[in-house]
Design a protein around this ligand. Structure first.
Ligand code: ADP
Ligand code: MG
Length: 559
């Protein structure tokens, strides 16, 4: 008989009631960390498990521990320590799910920020599993030092995170409060020296299990990057959101302020979006995550810290608006999608200065992150029409039965053609949205891309392109009657296309249509203006200042 490498949950020796619960949740086969860890834990060994986020660590310890617990004994038998309240609740929920077919099994979650009374009561009612954050557990121990005297299984989940959060001393107190005969299991994404020290001191001949990090976490995630200028990110994001078909999306930025800024920019565009950052109270955070789960929100804009541990299967897209600080956090971030075996998509915005970081990420993950281009106005328009089509198509089948008579009557009352009426209804239904190319182009101003190869751009006929040294030599041909002008202000001066445009429209008295393509670079910008009357215009703009600096617009001579 041949044995499959991964095998089945049944072959791992789990309790039949656990297997029944697994069938109910729909797990088909154990993940690699599960097939390795479960037999070791069932056999009673201490263990150190090293694996990245999203590899299924919770079930790797929850399933064997539940299999070993006696639900008839109404005392604490297993303690799971988790770094944050959010993670503790997640683990507690997982234990409840996996023990659905174990009558009499109770799980209690113990964490800070909630009253201690109900937690104590739940323990006294005969819970067998306690999931706790270290700080709050130590508070409970200070009132009752016998609380953990019956524990036979201990799990430290995300041990590296716990130490980062400064729980070392609390862990020592907790270790002392448990019987030495207990089984101890430690899970961690990384094994720094501090973790090894703990393991040497408190684990007994632990077995090591390590799941290779790289492809494990990212294999189900389609990755791509886009080159953009730092000051064009919001526009880039809004274009991307138009064409990406996402269910739920998480956008990562570096600062609290950026979470608020991007969230309000997207809210203004009608998205159901919330910001998540370290300043947001724990219970509010949980509400945001719940809303993302059940569809009241579709987008969360988060910092790395605030997004830690988010597990929402609906997340189809991770959008890295700001570059992560290191490749590990990149892997962590994109692990928010591609959950539970689904395919996810991860997009990374890269500014010219950040190219090197992109290379580092590619090296560490062992995967190429392909470049894609920002959608142009035509693609935005196509996506909008497709959405409209998809929303109307299902109604066509029976709308005539329900609303046909009304239509006839309105056509008669108004005295118009059905086509005219349908068009009016469309205008109303789309609520002022731009649905022709000229309008979309006007609404979504220039987003100069940075590095798509020139040949491809020309083939696709995109108007707003990069400005490479090569292009400087052979610049994009000017439209008839236009002249190109240059200013020494650029992104490093905090200039965006809209600032230039605003200044020239206001002080030059031009119409929007008179202004052509604008290219903003780090140390200079180019703008196309009408040849006719150019000298007079430049005279008018002689003293104009933009972002506090002299504009000094000049004719640009290509040579
Ligand atoms: P980790 O702790 O390693 O980050 P989790 O334990 O939170 O990962 O699991 C990640 C996701 O994978 C969860 O949504 C979980 O329900 C799902 N999952 C875990 N094991 C399996 C499995 N064997 N089959 C399908 N989905 C699974
Ligand atoms: Mg986990």
């Amino acid at each position: 008989m041949t044995q499959e490498v991964t095998g089945t949950f049944a072959e791992l020796g789990l309790h039949p009631s656990i297997l029944a619960a697994l069938t109910a949740v729909g797990y088909e086969e154990p993940s690699p960390i599960q097939s390795q860890a479960i037999p070791v834990i069932l056999a009673g060994h201490d263990m150190i498990g090293q694996a990245q986020t999203g590899t299924g660590k919770t079930a790797a310890f929850a399933l064997p521990i539940l299999s070993k617990i006696d639900p008839a004994k109404r005392e604490l038998q297993a303690l799971i320590l988790a770094p944050t309240r959010e993670l503790a609740l997640q683990v507690a929920t997982a234990f409840e799910t996996y023990s659905k077919q174990m009558p009499g099994l109770n799980v209690v979650a113990v964490y800070g920020g909630a009253p201690m009374g109900p937690q104590l009561k739940a323990i006294r009612m005969g819970a067998q599993v306690i999931v706790a954050t270290p700080g709050r557990l130590v508070d409970h121990l200070s009132r009752n030092d016998q609380l953990l005297s019956t524990i036979s299984h201990l799990v430290l989940d995300e041990a590296d995170e716990m130490l980062k959060l400064g729980f070392m001393d609390d862990l020592e107190v907790i270790f002392q409060a448990m019987p030495a005969s207990r089984q101890s299991v430690l899970f961690s994404a990384t094994l720094p020296a501090s973790i090894r020290t703990i393991a040497e001191k408190h684990l007994r001949e632990p077995k090591h299990i390590k799941i290779a990090a790289k492809t494990q976490t990212v294999s189900l995630i389609e990755q791509a990057h886009l080159m953009v200028h730092a000051d064009q990110k919001v526009q880039a994001v809004s274009r991307l959101l138009e064409v990406e078909e996402f269910d739920a999306l998480i956008a990562f930025v570096r600062t609290k302020q950026a979470t608020l800024d991007l969230a309000s920019a997207l809210e203004a565009k009608g998205y159901k979006v919330a910001a998540l950052n370290g300043d947001i109270a724990q219970n509010q955070r949980e509400r945001v995550i719940e809303s993302l789960k059940d569809g009241r929100l579709d987008i969360v804009v988060a910092t790395d810290v605030a997004a830690r541990g988010i597990d929402v299967p609906r997340i189809t897209h991770v959008l890295n608006v700001d570059m992560p600080y290191d490749p590990e956090s990149y892997v962590h971030r994109i692990g928010r999608t591609g959950r539970a075996g689904r395919v996810g998509r991860a997009l990374l915005l890269v500014t010219p200065r950040e190219r090197r970081m992109l290379q580092v990420i590619e090296r560490v993950t062992g995967q190429k992150v392909a470049e894609v281009r920002l959608p142009n106005a035509q693609q935005v328009l196509d996506a909008r029409i497709k959405k409209l089509t998809n929303s109307l198509a299902p109604l066509v089948a029976d709308a005539e039965a329900s609303h046909g008579e009304l239509l006839d009557r309105l056509v008669a009352d108004i005295g118009c053609s059905p086509r005219a009426l349908a068009a009016a209804l469309l205008r109303k239904a789309t609520n002022g949205q731009s649905l022709n190319l000229a309008d979309v182009e006007r609404e979504q101003p220039l987003v100069p891309t940075v590095s798509a190869p020139r040949e491809r751009r020309e083939r696709d006929g995109e108007r707003s392109g990069e400005f490479t040294p090569r292009e400087r030599r052979a610049p994009v041909p000017l439209a008839e009657g236009r002249a190109r002008c240059r200013t020494a202000l650029g992104t490093r001066d905090g200039i965006a296309a809209k600032n230039l445009l605003g200044a020239i429209l206001n002080e030059g008295g031009l119409a929007r249509e008179a202004i052509g393509r604008i290219q903003i670079r780090e140390t200079f910008s180019l703008i196309e203006l009408p040849e006719e009357g150019l000298d007079r215009l430049l005279g008018k703009l002689k003293d104009t200042r933009v972002a506090g600096k002299a504009l000094k617009l000049r004719r640009y001579r290509e040579d």
